[in-house]
Design a protein around this ligand. Structure first.
Ligand SMILES: [Zn+2]
Ligand SMILES: [Zn+2]
Length: 190
């Protein structure tokens, strides 16, 4: 493993170490390795690499943290996104990026698209609700698919072309507009 290669610069070893953290199990195993072999140079390199990825850690504390904590904090974004496989339910009010109407929280389930115009925003990366995408583009619905338990809406980002699937919201105080769903299925959604 290249993080163990002491002929490499601390920077390169820190990057290799963070890249190797792909699960909670890795976090534990590699954290224990840092406890034993992680010298100050490697620990500070981890702080520097994390800072480049937008994660600010206090350097003096990072020198004394348990290896597992240091790795978890340094790899915060990647680890959360990689380890989670189930959607993170976020139900919050928002202003639609497309029609600019105020969309109330649903109350029971996550709402990730506008019930009026069916547009969404590209805020999630690997897992629904992770809010890890920096894109922020408007996502247009392009297809609906009726399943036994509900209706899936397929979206494509107008900025980066990423795709996602959300369930139509058919209950609650402000369900998805039935007219908009019908128009989408007919290919006439304005
Ligand atoms: Zn809207
Ligand atoms: Zn996008």
């Amino acid at each position: 493993m290249s993080h163990e290669d002491t002929t490499l610069a601390p920077d390169a070893r820190a990057r290799a170490l963070l890249a190797a953290v792909k699960s909670r199990h890795d976090l534990k195993r590699l954290g224990a390795w840092v406890d034993v072999y992680g010298d100050d140079a490697l620990r500070l390199a981890l702080v520097a690499v994390a800072a480049k990825g937008g994660v600010e850690l206090p350097p003096d504390e990072a020198l004394t943290w348990p290896g597992k904590k240091l790795l978890r904090r340094a790899a915060a974004r990647e680890v959360e996104a990689q380890v989670r496989t189930t959607p993170i339910r976020i139900d919050e009010a928002f202003t639609c990026v497309s029609c600019h109407k105020e969309v109330p929280a649903h109350g029971r389930t996550a709402r990730d698209h506008c019930p009026f115009c069916l547009r969404s925003q590209h805020v999630d990366d690997k897992v629904p609700g992770d809010r890890a995408s920096k894109c922020g583009g408007k996502m247009d619905p392009y297809e609906i698919h009726v399943r036994g338990s509900g209706i899936d809406i397929r979206f494509r980002c107008t900025r980066c072309r990423a795709e996602k699937v959300n369930q139509a919201v058919l209950d609650g105080d402000v369900p998805d507009s039935w007219d908009a769903l019908v128009a989408l299925s007919a290919g006439t959604l304005g």
